[in-house]
Design a protein around this ligand. Structure first.
Ligand SMILES: *Cc1c(COP(=O)(O)O)cnc(C)c1O
Length: 829
C-alpha cells in the first residue's frame, strides 16, 4: 500500500532536516576551510578529528551570530518583559546538532563536510535542562538562562567490576566554541564581613570579594531567527586578592591562594534529590544569584523604559518588566538579595521592596522527598551572609505576624510555618522562604501539584491558595524527536506535514491513520532500524551482543530508591527463575537495559548498580537462558546516550512508588519515540494515561491513596515475602549469595532494607508488576508475529485526546503566568 511520494511530500521530507541548497553547501565548505585554516591553524594533512569538529562548530556558529545580535537589538527596541530562569544545573549538550536542526543546516552540512559527521558523537555531550531554553526561544520569549559555568560538570561514570567509579568531566579542556566570555560585564560578589547599622541605612562591610565573569552561549529558536542567551558565571579572584598581606614569599602564596576563591565554580554537586549542607554549595547558590541580580537590574536601568526619570528613582515597575523563575530552591537567595538591593542600596521602604520582590519572583518545586529539601544551618549563614540572615529574620517576623493575626494562639501552626526551624540546630527552610517570597508556586505534574497543596505546603496553601498552580513538565520535540529520531520524524512529516515540530498538538492528525497498515509498517521499520543501530553501538563500544529481535525493555534515569530499580531487579530474577523452571516454553525474548548515575555518596544506590551488574553476570552467562533474557548495564547514562537508546526502546519503565516522582520527563521522551510504558500512577504518567486512555499504557500497582492507606496500616514487607513463593525465592537467592558467589553477604544491606525499612514499598507492588509484565510479554509476542497492535497503541499514545502538546514547551506557561502583565511574545526578528 506504500505509494510513491508526491513532490510536495518529498520537499516536506527533506525540509525536516533542512534544505541542502547549492549556495548553502558551497558557502559552508568555504567557511569550513577558512576556519580550519585561520581559527584552528591546521591543514588537512595534520588536522585531527577534533579540529574538524571545531571547524564545523565555528562554521555553524557563524550562522548564529547575526541572528543573535539582531534578536538582542530587537529586545532593546521593543523592551518586552524579560524572563529570567535561574538554575544551579543546566549546561549545554549537543549544541552543534541542535543548532544545525534549528537553523535548518543539517543537510547542507552533511553534504559539505560529510566526513565530520561521524566525529560529532565523540565530542558532544551535556546534561538536561536546556529543553526549556529551546522552548522559550522557539516561542519568541525574551528569555535568559542564568547559572554557573562549572569547570567540571556531572561526573562521568565508569563501571569497574560491576561497581560505579566516578571520573571528572573535563569538558572545557579543549575549549568551547559556543561560549563567548564577556569580561566587560564582570560583577563583584561579596561574602563574609559584618553588618553596620547607621542612621542613614545598613552597610555590609569588610567583605571578601569574588568576581563573577560571564560566558554567553546562544540559544536558537526553531527556525524563527530568534537567538536567546544563556549566561553562565565563572568565579575569578580579584587581582588584589590577599596581596595586601604579602611580605617576602607572601606574594607567591597569595597568587596560589587565588585558586581558593575560584573554587566556587569548580564543580557541580552531583546529588540527586538529596540536600548536603556544604558551605561551598551555599557559596555557589549565592554567587549565581548575586551576579545575576546585578545583571538584571543593570539591564532594567539601561532599558528604554528603565532609564526614564520616574523609573530610575524607585524600581517599583521592576515586576512589569522582569520575571525571575526559581528552578527549585537552589537560587532562593534571590529573594533576600533582591530585598537587600532594594532596601540597602536603593533606599526603598521595606513594604515597597517586599511588594516588588514578591511580584517579581516565582518558584517551581521539584520534589516532596524530605531529604531533598534545603535547610541551611543558621551559623553557616551568619558567617557567610550576615546581612541576608538579618533580612530573612525580618521576612520571617512579618510573615509570622500575619499568621498570628490569621490564627491567634495557634502556636503549632507558627512553628510549622516559620522560615526558621528551631528544633535542634537552627535551620532556614528555603522552600518556606520561596513560597513566602513568590507570587506563584508550581508543581511539575498535576498529581505533584495536588500533593504539595495537601501535604508539605498545606499550611501555606490555606493562607495563600491563589499562589499555587500546576505546570506539567514537558520536553522539546526538536531534541527528543527530530534530532534523535530523524527516521520517525520523517515518517510523521510524510503524513501530516512538519508543523507538528513547533506545535505537537498536531500529532492528533495521525489518529486517522491508526488503521493504516502502511504507516504502522513504516513506524515498525524505523524502530527496527533504531534497534539494530543501537545493538551495533553496544557491540562496538562494549563488546556485548544482544538480540535485536528481543523486546528492548529500558529503565534509564538517576539511580534512586524511590525510582525502584530494585523492583525491576525482582522482575528480572523472577523471569530468570521461570525460564530455568520451564526452559522449553516459548518465552518472549527480552533485553533488559538499566542505566543511570548514582550520587557518589549514596551507598544504597551504588549497591543497586552492583546488584544489577551481578544479576547480569549470572543471567547472561547461563546457556539455558540464551538470548531470551539479557541484562545490560548502560554505562554513563547522559543526554547523548539517551538520544541513542530511547529511539530504540520498546518498553519504558516508569515504576516509582506512587506519590514520589514529581513528574518525570524520561517517560515523555520514550512515549514520543514509540515505546510503550509500564508504570505506576505517579508524576506525569497519570496525565499520559488520562490523555491516551489507561488501556494504552501498562499501569499497575498502588495509587497514592493505597500508599497512604498502607502507611496508616503499617507496611510489613515480611508479609509479602512469606505469602508470595516466587518473591521469597528471589530474595533468598539475593541473600544467599546466588548473585555474589563467594561473597554471600555482599547484598545484605539491600536485603535488610527491602525486608525491614523500605520507605518505597517495593514488595507491595511486586505481584501486580509481575502480572503486568506478563501482559507486556504477551502483547509483544503477538506483535512480532505480525499483528502490529504495539504500534497502533503508540499512535494512540502520541495522538491521544489532547496529544502530547501537554508535555512540550516545558513549563513555559508558568512563565507566561508569572509574566501576565508584560508583553512577552516578541514578533519575529
Ligand atoms: C530526561 C533525562 C533524565 C530524566 O529522566 P527521568 O526518567 O524523568 O528521571 C535524566 N537523565 C538524562 C540524561 C535525561 O536525558
Amino acid at each position: 500500500m506504500s505509494k510513491p511520494l508526491t513532490d510536495q511530500e518529498k520537499r516536506k521530507q527533506i525540509s525536516v532536516r533542512g534544505l541542502a541548497g547549492v549556495e548553502n553547501v558551497a558557502d559552508l565548505k568555504t567557511n569550513f576551510n577558512r576556519h580550519l585554516h585561520f581559527t584552528l591553524v591546521k591543514d588537512r594533512n595534520v588536522a585531527t578529528k577534533r579540529d574538524y569538529y571545531f571547524a564545523l562548530a565555528h562554521t555553524v556558529r557563524d550562522h548564529l551570530v547575526g541572528r543573535w545580535i539582531r534578536t538582542q537589538q530587537h529586545y532593546y527596541e521593543k523592551d518586552p518583559k524579560r524572563v529570567y530562569y535561574l538554575s544551579l544545573e543546566f549546561y549545554m549538550g549537543r549544541t552543534l546538532q541542535n543548532t544545525m536542526v534549528n537553523l535548518a543546516l543539517e543537510n547542507a552540512c552533511d553534504e559539505a563536510i560529510y566526513q565530520v559527521k561521524t566525529y560529532l558523537q565523540i565530542f558532544q555531550d551535556g546534561g538536561t535542562g536546556t529543553c526549556f531554553l529551546d522552548s522559550m526561544a522557539t516561542l519568541g520569549l525574551a528569555a535568559y538562562g542564568y547559572g554557573i559555568r562549572y569547570e567540571f560538570g556531572i561526573f562521568n561514570q565508569k563501571i569497574v567490576n560491576g561497581w560505579q567509579a566516578e571520573e571528572a568531566d573535563d569538558w572545557l579542556r579543549y575549549g568551547n566554541p559556543w561560549e563567548k566570555a564577556r569580561p566587560e560585564y564582570m560583577r563583584p560578589v561579596h561574602f563574609y564581613g559584618r553588618v553596620e547599622h547607621h542612621p542613614d541605612g545598613v552597610k555590609w562591610v569588610d567583605t571578601q570579594v569574588v568576581l563573577a565573569l560571564p560566558y554567553d552561549t546562544p540559544v536558537p529558536g526553531y527556525r524563527n531567527n530568534i537567538v536567546n542567551t544563556m549566561r553562565l558565571w565563572s568565579a575569578k579572584a580579584p587581582c588584589e586578592f590577599h596581596l595586601k598581606d604579602f611580605n617576602v614569599g607572601g606574594y607567591i602564596q597569595a597568587v596560589l591562594d587565588k585558586n581558593l576563591a575560584e573554587n566556587i565554580s569548580r564543580v557541580l554537586y552531583p546529588n540527586d534529590n538529596f540536600f548536603e549542607g556544604k558551605e561551598l554549595r551555599l557559596k555557589q547558590e549565592y554567587f549565581v544569584v548575586a551576579a545575576t541580580l546585578q545583571d538584571i537590574i543593570r539591564r532594567f536601568k539601561a532599558s528604554k523604559f528603565g532609564s526614564t526619570e520616574v523609573v530610575r528613582m524607585d524600581l517599583t515597575t521592576l515586576p512589569d518588566k522582569v520575571a525571575i523563575q526559581l528552578n527549585d530552591t537552589h537560587p532562593a537567595m534571590a529573594i533576600p538579595e533582591l530585598m537587600r538591593i532594594l532596601v540597602d542600596d536603593e533606599k526603598l521602604s521595606w513594604d515597597t521592596a517586599w511588594d516588588i520582590t514578591v511580584r517579581t519572583c516565582a518558584y517551581t518545586n521539584h520534589t516532596v522527598l524530605p531529604e531533598a529539601l534545603e535547610r541551611w544551618p543558621i551559623d553557616l549563614f551568619q558567617n557567610l551572609l550576615p546581612r541576608h540572615l538579618e533580612i530573612i529574620y525580618e521576612i520571617n517576623r512579618r510573615h509570622l505576624e500575619r499568621i498570628t493575626a490569621l490564627y491567634p494562639g495557634d502556636y503549632d501552626r507558627l512553628r510549622r510555618m516559620s522560615l526558621i526551624e528551631e528544633c535542634g540546630q537552627k535551620k532556614i527552610n528555603m522552600a518556606h522562604l520561596c513560597i513566602v517570597g513568590s507570587h506563584a508556586v508550581n508543581g511539575v505534574a498535576q498529581i505533584h501539584s495536588d500533593i504539595i497543596k495537601d501535604t508539605v505546603f498545606k499550611d501555606f496553601y490555606e493562607v495563600d491558595p491563589q499562589k499555587f498552580q500546576n505546570k506539567t513538565n514537558g520536553i522539546t520535540p526538536r531534541r527528543w524527536l527530530v534530532m534523535c529520531n530523524p527516521g520517525l520524524a520523517e515518517v510523521i512529516a510524510e503524513r501530516i506535514g512538519e508543523d507538528y515540530i513547533r506545535d505537537l498538538s498536531q500529532l492528533k492528525n495521525l489518529l486517522k491513520f491508526v488503521d493504516d497498515d502502511a504507516l504502522i509498517r513504516d513506524i515498525a521499520k524505523v524502530k527496527q532500524e533504531n534497534k539494530l543501530k543501537f545493538a551495533v553501538h553496544l557491540e562496538e563500544q562494549y563488546k556485548v551482543k544482544i538480540n535485536p529481535n528481543s523486546m528492548f525493555d529500558v529503565q534509564v534515569k538517576r539511580i534512586h530508591e524511590y525510582k525502584r530499580q530494585l523492583l525491576n531487579c525482582l522482575h528480572i530474577i523472577t523471569l530468570y527463575n521461570r525460564i530455568k523452571k520451564e526452559p522449553n516454553k516459548a518465552w518472549t525474548p527480552r533485553t533488559i537495559m538499566i542505566g543511570g548515575k548514582a550520587a557518589p555518596g549514596y551507598h544504597t544506590a551504588k549497591m543497586i548498580i552492583k546488584l544489577i551488574t551481578a544479576i547480569g553476570e549470572v543471567v547472561n552467562n547461563d546457556s539455558v537462558v540464551g538470548d531470551r533474557l539479557k541484562v545490560i548495564y548502560l554505562e554513563n547514562y547522559r543526554v547523548t546516550l539517551a538520544e541513542k537508546v530511547i529511539p530504540a526502546s520498546d518498553l519504558s519503565e516508569q515504576i516509582s512508588t506512587a506519590g514520589t516522582e514529581a513528574s518525570g520527563t524520561g517517560n515523555m521522551k520514550f512515549m514520543l519515540n514509540g515505546a510503550l510504558t509500564i508504570g505506576t500512577m505517579d508524576g506525569a504518567n497519570v496525565e499520559m494515561a488520562e490523555e491516551a486512555g489507561e488501556e494504552n499504557l501498562f499501569i499497575f500497582g498502588m495509587r497514592v491513596k493505597d500508599v497512604e492507606a498502607l502507611d496508616q496500616k503499617g507496611y510489613d514487607a515480611m508479609e509479602y515475602y512469606n505469602r508470595i513463593p516466587e518473591l521469597k525465592q528471589v530474595m533468598d537467592q539475593i541473600s544467599g549469595g546466588f548473585f555474589s558467589p563467594g561473597e554471600p553477604d555482599l547484598f545484605k544491606d539491600i536485603v535488610k532494607m527491602l525486608m525491614h525499612h523500605d520507605r518505597f514499598k517495593v514488595f507491595a507492588d511486586y505481584e501486580d508488576y509481575i502480572k503486568c509484565q506478563e501482559k507486556v510479554s504477551a502483547l509483544y509476542k503477538v506483535c512480532i508475529t505480525k499483528n502490529m497492535k504495539w504500534f497502533k497503541t503508540y499512535l494512540t499514545l502520541i495522538g491521544g485526546k489532547h496529544s502530547v502538546l501537554h508535555y512540550m514547551h516545558h513549563q513555559v506557561r508558568s512563565f507566561l503566568l508569572c509574566c501576565q502583565s508584560g508583553n512577552l511574545r516578541v514578533s519575529q526578528v
